[in-house]
Design a protein around this ligand. Structure first.
Ligand code: AHR
Length: 865
């Protein structure tokens, strides 16, 4: 019996209601399936289904559960599915076409065999019509070609044809009667929905229902947080864990497991790791950086003029370099006014420390001008001063060293004309003398040290989405980021601000060398970010670099390898040598692509790049990309492509709830050992509200024990994102928060640091017995045993995500530890806490390891050789 009431067929409209349980029904062999969407949430709700045994009474499958969502364009404004049209082929394959928006001449198409697992989405650009609305797809009876017929908002009809649903003909005009009837109407709770009705075998519907149920169950598990632990584990008694180490079963694991993901997001580069103190030093901030939404974001941003008799204008008539077209012009009739820059949320100076000022100047009028550069505090008290003469008619680089005479947190740089005249100024830079490892154009010392303390084995840069950019013109081109600072090409940052390119490829590689980490540059796979602004003229998400420009683009990537590894006499190696690094950087890895949409456009370009790099540089490990998630079309299709091309390694990304990490510790246990290796390039546990705390950190630590167990498959990992400047954050959570004076490492940071400093290259299998047999309990206890063969130390990591202690025993003698000293480090607190730091102590272990593992804790026990 159906538990819900069914409303009768009225006026040609089918009525739909919701099922509460479906398992006990007697069902016919064939049933009807209704496919539809709603216009809720600005058409973001995706493709839904309902079923019926009589095509009169309809039952929703999962209450507007989305079986397919559009992935076209930007989050928020795009990714819309309008009027989907679903068809089934006689062989059981399904195809869905849909409208993407009201403006563009594009439609989307995706295919599936089971309505659950969909292949890559393809967005076809059509050449006719004002836009492309309500597409329908059918096979032409005589030609057997697929036809997609659409109309535009003027009411004209068009058709494109295809044999393979990938390459389409040019559009031609057709008459309205060649547009087949599109929709039937069905009513649900008083509302009418339009869609298509299909006849299917019952198992088709049964699988859809099962999918919904399975997802619901998973969702419930993954949503588990410690907030309900007092109920979930109300009767839980302390647990016993017996770890039985079997050294005969050890395996080599990657010695590169812990690395750094660096992206210029959240002001991580300019205003962050890059030591420059002046904001907008090049006067190149552009309203477009912020998509014209900020009226103060322009060439004058961060600069102020105070006082009379001097005007401050921006010019671009004869710049220092064509890549830096804008500069400041000061016209002074009588001295007194001051041009000032307060850096990023003001500038901090330290007493006795030296600040190196550099700027380009040019005399524009006839009289020689003098300026005074000075460091001042908030009230205008001068901390350091230096005078410069501007007497050249051509651009000249000038410099001065300024030593602050006091500690100041709210300082600024001032430039004061001391005589009447007209001068041009550009590339105004102020660098602390003290940078990380005292490098010129170097890194902010304390931040760089905080990163180095993780002991990362590699650094991935420059992103993230920043690597492939917002549209074709925004792809990060490494050549724009090297050479003299004034010749580098600044550009819009995809995260809505500006990149000066001051922190460029040379600085990234040098930083890697300074902290003994492998450089891992990631270059675009010839396509921009999958969430780019879309443009039917070839940019944006759908367009790739035009094929006739791909050779040049590939050469650019090969040049990068020569720049990094070639000798100092090679064309590109010479530039590296001239920049101060004659020795090759010894690049071994290169990432191609960043969680791209695995479309035809991507596949074609990725394959071209991959084949070229493999041919010219078999010594380089290429890392491919498999989408932005641990599942879904891009993950599946990305892996298919990697397997087809035998790409050595792929970059996986997933940001999930702590529950996901708890319940997916077997994620890599199932991976084919002979297939591509994995670089888990972006991951983080996100607590509700996109935040991090002890709970998320412990979930990450727990998961990393499983990664160590799979260290033969997973070769590298990096938490993302790394840095966030307080008040300028586009993404949360991040690993390290900072402002001008302070650095706040999160608890997740300590997890990374503990892993980075306690990694091993040998994984030792260890079975365990847990006294409590409940899955929810067992899954919240994680451990790993590794050996660092260099030091000979044995490292045991134990995570307890339970509210009770875990009494642990491990037969460490079996693994060659004969008793003696160990360092125990514990990270523990209340799950919601955000400011917990690890505490280390030396302990003595006489025979076997036996200890109480505190509730909610991560423990590293390093048994010293
Ligand atoms: O880590 C932040 C962003 O997340 C990266 O830029 C992108 O690759 C991912 O979507």
């Amino acid at each position: 019996m159906l538990k819900h009431s069914l409303i009768c067929f009225i006026c040609g409209i089918f009525l739909l209601s919701t099922a509460s349980s479906l398992t006990a029904y007697a069902v016919p062999d064939h049933v009807y399936l209704f496919s539809y969407t709603t216009n809720k949430d600005n058409n973001h709700s995706g493709l839904h289904f309902a079923w019926s045994s009589d095509s009169i009474n309809w039952i929703s499958i999962g209450n507007e559960y989305s079986f397919l969502r559009s992935d076209y364009g930007r989050w928020g404004s795009e990714k819309r599915m309008i009027s989907p049209y679903l068809v089934m082929e006689p062989n059981g394959a399904w195809h869905c076409v849909w409208q993407l928006n009201e403006r563009e001449k594009l439609f989307a198409i995706a295919s599936t065999n089971d309505l659950i697992n969909w292949g890559s989405q393809h967005y076809e650009l059509v050449n006719r019509g004002k836009n492309c609305t309500n597409p329908v797809l059918f096979r032409d009876g005589s030609s057997q070609q697929y036809n997609v017929v659409y109309h535009d908002s003027t009411g004209a009809y068009f058709r494109v044809t295809t044999n393979d649903l990938h390459s389409f003909s040019k559009a031609e005009n057709v008459s309205p009667n060649q547009y087949p009837p599109r929709n039937r109407s069905v009513q649900l709770n008083g509302a009418v929905y339009n869609g298509q009705i299909h006849t299917v075998n019952w198992p088709v519907v049964e699988k859809l229902l099962k999918k919904v149920e399975d997802d619901k169950a998973k969702e419930k598990l993954y949503a588990e947080t410690t907030a309900l632990d007092s109920i979930r584990f109300s009767n839980l008694q302390p647990v016993k864990l017996d770890i039985s180490i079997d050294p005969k079963q050890s395996k080599q694991i990657s010695d590169l497991l812990i690395g750094i993901f660096f992206e210029d997001i959240n002001y991580a580069a300019d205003g962050g790791l890059y030591g420059e103190l002046i904001q907008n030093r090049d006067f190149e901030y552009d309203p477009g950086d912020r998509e014209y939404r900020d009226k103060n974001w322009n060439s004058k941003h961060s600069w102020t003029i105070a006082g009379n008799e001097t005007t401050f204008e921006i010019d671009s008539a004869s710049p220092v370099h064509e890549n830096n077209p804008h500069y400041a012009v000061l016209t002074t009739s009588a001295p007194g006014a001051i041009l000032a820059n307060s850096g990023y949320d003001s500038i901090s100076f330290k007493k006795g420390e030296k600040y190196n000022l550099s700027l380009f100047t040019k005399q524009l009028g006839s009289s020689i001008s003098k300026i005074e550069a000075r460091l001042v505090d908030k009230k205008g008290s001068v901390l350091a001063t230096s005078q410069l003469s501007i007497d050249a008619k051509n651009w000249q680089q000038q410099s001065a060293a300024l030593v602050a005479n006091a500690d100041v947190n709210n300082g600024r740089l001032e430039i004061k004309p001391l005589s009447a005249g007209r001068i041009a100024i550009d590339m105004v830079s102020l660098f602390p003398e003290k940078t990380f490892k005292n490098r010129k154009n170097g890194m902010r010392e304390d931040l760089a040290q905080t990163i180095a303390d993780i002991h990362p084995r590699f650094i991935r840069f420059p992103g993230g989405c920043l690597a492939h950019g917002d549209g074709l013109n925004n792809i990060y081109r490494w050549k724009n980021s090297i050479g003299p600072l004034e010749a580098r090409k600044p550009q819009r940052n995809i995260w809505g601000y500006h990149q000066s390119a001051g922190l460029g490829y040379f600085e990234y590689f040098r930083f890697c060398e300074d902290i003994n980490a492998e450089p891992l540059p990631v270059v675009a796979a010839g396509v921009p970010c999958q969430n780019s602004v879309c443009s039917p003229t070839g940019g944006g998400q759908q367009g790739g670099i035009p094929l006739n420009e791909m050779d040049a683009y590939i050469q650019e990537i090969l040049d990068l390898i020569e720049w990094a590894n070639g000798d100092a006499n090679s064309k590109w190696g010479r530039l590296r040598a001239e920049a101060g690094h004659p020795k090759p950087f010894n690049l071994k890895y290169i990432g191609i692509g960043n969680e791209d949409l695995i479309s035809d456009v991507f596949e074609e370009r990725f394959t071209m790049i991959y084949n070229a790099v493999k041919k010219q540089h078999p010594e380089i490990t290429v890392i491919g990309t498999v989408g932005p998630s641990s599942e879904g079309a891009d993950y599946v299709e990305g892996w298919k492509l990697a397997n087809k091309l035998k790409v050595p390694m792929v970059d996986e990304h997933y940001y999930r709830s702590p529950g996901w990490f708890i319940y997916n510790q077997d994620f890599y246990d199932k991976y084919d050992r002979s297939a591509s290796k994995v670089y888990l390039g972006e991951y983080a546990a996100h607590a509700p509200g996109a935040t991090s705390n002890l709970e998320t950190a412990l979930a990450e630590a727990l998961y990393l024990t499983a990664v160590e167990r799979n260290g033969d498959v997973v070769k590298m990992t990096s938490y993302a994102p790394l840095l966030a400047r307080k008040g300028h954050t586009q993404w949360n959570p991040d690993l390290i928060y900072f402002d001008n004076l302070t650095i706040r490492p999160t608890i997740g940071y300590y997890v990374q640091k503990l892993y980075g400093n306690n990694s091993g290259n040998e994984y030792i299998t260890a079975a365990s017995t847990v006294s409590n047999k409940e899955d929810a309990v067992k899954k919240r206890i994680g451990y790993s045993v590794v050996r660092d063969t260099k030091s000979g130390d044995l490292i045991v990591k134990i995570i307890n995500l339970l509210p009770v202690a875990v009494h642990t025993k491990a037969n460490v003698r079996q693994a060659g530890f004969n008793g003696g000293k160990a360092i125990q480090t514990v990270l523990t607190g209340r799950p919601m806490e955000k400011d917990v730091a690890p505490v280390s102590k030396e302990i003595k272990i006489e025979s076997e390891l036996e200890m109480e593992i505190a509730p909610y804790s991560f423990n590293v026990i390093r048994l010293l050789k």
